[in-house]
Each structure stands twice: as structure tokens, then as C-alpha cells.
Ligand binder design. Structure first.
Ligand SMILES: NC(=O)c1ccc[n+]([C@@H]2O[C@H](COP(=O)([O-])OP(=O)(O)OC[C@H]3O[C@@H](n4cnc5c(N)ncnc54)[C@H](O)[C@@H]3O)[C@@H](O)[C@H]2O)c1
Length: 358
């Protein structure tokens, strides 16, 4: 068991499902400043197998027991979306810092409640919008903040591919499933419109907000033809920039994700890969000043490990938070709700006015 010398974050992971297996366990074991101290899952077969695979000596069936463990500093909440808010509040109340998978919650009200719990706890709370730890996106953000001047417009797209499982199966570790896993009462995939928005839309929205700032209002249209769900979303950013978001699931071609930004002193074009390739986005930054395009290599494309290391740096060293905060998570949920309402009404919807769920 790693000693708590204040230099390394002792992490307990709640949930040993696919995302923990493909991202979080490895992130904890490879992190320069964190360790995988415990795994909690109701499914005993997953616990036993993951403990051996990742060299963990402590496993918990009961979340309460992991939260009562004084040798755990922080919890990664890697459960189904429906459990995020409750699991996060309980961890904060137990005095743990929390890195919670996205989307942070399903309704505006539930996330508001979590926000109150975060404020009351004084603990660090980060949402797992791991694309913020893609060195390509980070290079775009740095250029926007230091040199680009007025951001006039952003277009961003996130189009899942019909071939995505062939891609991910080839590169992910073997994902072990269990019949004993705890699942939400209502099947999240029963309503695919909602499921795609929650699973994928929140990434697209967070990328848009990370690069171009707050979304004030949107107007969305949805096409459901040929088994393809395609949302085109017209965005008004608070800073006056124009935006267009395209969420399409699934395109009949390769994974297609990226963005274009037009600014006063330059432009940016980004191409993002399926995250499981752990490959930094190709982000071309054109500087008007010297008429030259720059691209960061970003040799380390492990966004999930990088987000954990940053989370640990905030806790251990008081470094600035660069991950998504509870406010970012809430804004993302508001945007998803606004898109759903706008699709229903055909009208422009201000994010500040929405309530309820996606
Ligand atoms: N950031 C990304 O790129 C990314 C990618 C995929 C999924 N995700 C997110 O990760 C989350 C988890 O996805 P998944 O597919 O691994 O989920 P899953 O539901 O398949 O697995 C979660 C596991 O948590 C366990 N669990 C749930 N509640 C528990 C409790 N109270 N006590 C003990 N164990 C409990 C379940 O038994 C299950 O084994 C989702 O929110 C999803 O949106 C993020």
C-alpha cells in the first residue's frame, strides 16, 4: 500500500466497468503522482480480476467501506451516469476529493445539488472531460488566450463512426463484463437520442466551451434518417462569437471529430482522433504575424492519465485547476438540456432558462 507522504494521491476507483478497465486503472498505475489504492465494485468477479491485473491489494464491495478508508484521498467515480451525483456527494461528505466521469449528471437540478455539496465540502471536484488534457487542444487554448485576439467563430464536430467498435476492440485491453454489475433501473440505451447526447454530446459541448467560452443560447435541429442521428446546433457564445456544433452518430466513415476557429490574429484547425488511440489531436495554428502554421506533437496522448495527474497536482501542490470544474459540468448539462428543448420546440433556448433533464 503506498504511503501517504503527501507526494502521491491515493486513489480509490468506484466502478470496475469498461471505462475503468480501459482508462482509469492504467492511469492510476502509470501516474507520476498518484497510485491505485483500492477498487470498489459490487461485482465480485470484476473486483477479483482487476485486483490481480492491476496489483491492487484492497477491494471493496460496499462503497461505504471504501469511503470510510482513511488511506484513500480521492475517488474516481466511474459508474453509469445515473449514479454520478449520488456517488460524488457521498465521497465529498466523506472528505474525499472527486474526479467524476462525464456527464456529471442527468438533470440541471441534480447537478445544482452536487454543486452545493462541492462548495460546502471545500474538496477538489473535477469532471472527466479528458479532452482538456489533449496537448493539441491545450495548444489551441494557449494561442486563443495569448495571441489570437477576438474569437470570431467556432465550428466543432463530433461524429462517431459505424466502425468504432472494430477500432476500439483492436486497441483496448480485453474488456471483462460481469452479470453482477450494478446498472441503472432504466436502460440508458432505451432512448438513443438521449443516450448519444449524454455520452457524446457532452464532449462536443465541453470542447466548444473550453476553446470559445460560455454558451449563452442555442438553436438546434435534429435529423433522424437512415439510422443516423444528426444534430446541427447554432450557438451564441457569451463573448459574441458565432458557433456551430455538429453531433452525428454514426457517420458512415472514419471517426470524424475536430474544430475550426477564426480569430483576429490567426486561425486554428483541429483534427481529433478516437480517444482510445491515445493520439494527440492534429492542431494547426496559423499565426497571421509570421504567416506560419505551428503544430504541437503531443507525444504523450494519454489524456486520461494526464487528467488524473493534473487533478493530483491541484490537490497535492495547489496547482491551478485546468480540468473541468463543477461549473463546467453544470454548463455542459444545461447545454444538453437546451439542445433537447430546442429540438422539441424549434426555438432558440437560452441556457440560463433551462431546467429538468436531457
Ligand atoms: N471519458 C470517456 O472517454 C468515457 C468513455 C466511456 C465511458 N465514460 C463514462 O464512464 C462511466 C462508466 O462507464 P462504464 O461503461 O464503465 O459503466 P458500467 O455501468 O458498465 O460500469 C460501472 C461499474 O460500476 C459498478 N457500480 C455502480 N455503482 C456502484 C456502487 N454503488 N457500488 C459499487 N459498484 C458500483 C457496477 O457494478 C459496474 O461494474 C459512464 O458515466 C460513461 O459515460 C467516459
Amino acid at each position: 500500500m503506498p504511503k501517504n507522504d503527501g507526494q502521491r494521491l491515493r486513489v480509490g476507483v468506484l466502478g470496475a466497468g469498461p471505462v475503468a478497465q480501459a482508462a482509469h486503472f492504467e492511469s492510476c498505475t502509470k501516474a507520476r503522482n498518484a497510485d491505485l489504492s483500492a477498487i470498489c465494485d459490487v461485482a465480485e468477479d470484476l473486483r477479483a480480476r482487476m485486483a490481480v491485473t492491476h496489483g491492487v491489494t484492497k477491494t471493496y464491495a460496499d462503497y461505504r467501506h471504501m469511503l470510510a478508508d482513511p488511506d484513500i484521498d480521492a475517488v474516481i467515480v466511474a459508474t453509469a451516469d445515473a449514479f454520478h451525483v449520488n456517488a460524488s456527494i457521498r465521497a465529498l461528505e466523506a472528505g474525499k476529493h472527486v474526479l467524476c466521469e462525464k456527464p456529471v449528471g442527468l438533470t440541471v437540478e441534480a447537478v445544482e445539488e452536487l454543486r452545493q455539496a462541492v462548495l460546502k465540502s471545500g474538496k477538489i471536484f473535477q469532471v472527466g472531460h479528458m479532452k482538456r488534457f489533449d496537448a493539441g487542444l491545450q495548444s489551441a487554448k494557449a494561442f486563443i488566450e495569448t495571441e489570437m485576439g477576438d474569437l470570431v467563430a467556432l465550428k466543432a464536430w463530433y461524429c462517431d463512426s459505424t466502425h468504432r467498435y472494430a477500432m476500439t476492440d483492436a486497441v483496448q485491453p480485453l474488456i471483462v463484463a460481469s452479470a453482477k454489475s450494478r446498472r441503472p433501473e432504466a436502460d440508458p440505451k432505451a432512448d438513443l437520442r438521449r443516450y448519444y447526447m449524454l455520452a457524446h454530446g457532452c464532449h462536443l459541448i465541453d470542447t466548444a466551451r473550453y476553446l470559445a467560452g460560455e454558451l449563452a443560447a442555442i438553436r438546434a435541429r435534429l435529423s433522424e434518417r437512415a439510422g443516423i442521428r444528426c444534430w446541427f446546433v447554432e450557438v451564441e457564445f457569451s463573448n459574441g462569437a458565432l458557433g456551430h456544433l455538429d453531433l452525428t452518430v454514426a457517420v458512415r466513415m472514419d471517426w470524424h471529430e475536430g474544430f475550426q476557429i477564426y480569430g483576429k490574429n490567426g486561425s486554428i484547425i483541429g483534427k481529433t482522433y478516437n480517444p482510445w488511440y491515445f493520439k494527440t489531436s492534429d492542431v494547426d495554428i496559423f499565426r497571421e504575424a509570421d504567416g506560419t502554421t505551428y503544430r504541437v506533437l503531443g507525444a504523450d496522448g494519454h489524456f486520461y492519465r494526464r487528467q488524473l495527474e493534473s487533478f493530483a497536482d491541484v490537490i497535492l501542490n495547489g496547482e491551478p485547476m485546468t480540468g473541468a470544474t463543477i461549473e463546467d459540468g453544470l454548463a455542459s448539462v444545461r447545454a444538453m438540456v437546451a439542445i433537447a428543448r430546442s429540438v422539441e420546440s424549434g426555438k432558440r433556448v437560452a441556457l440560463a432558462d433551462v431546467c429538468g433533464g436531457v
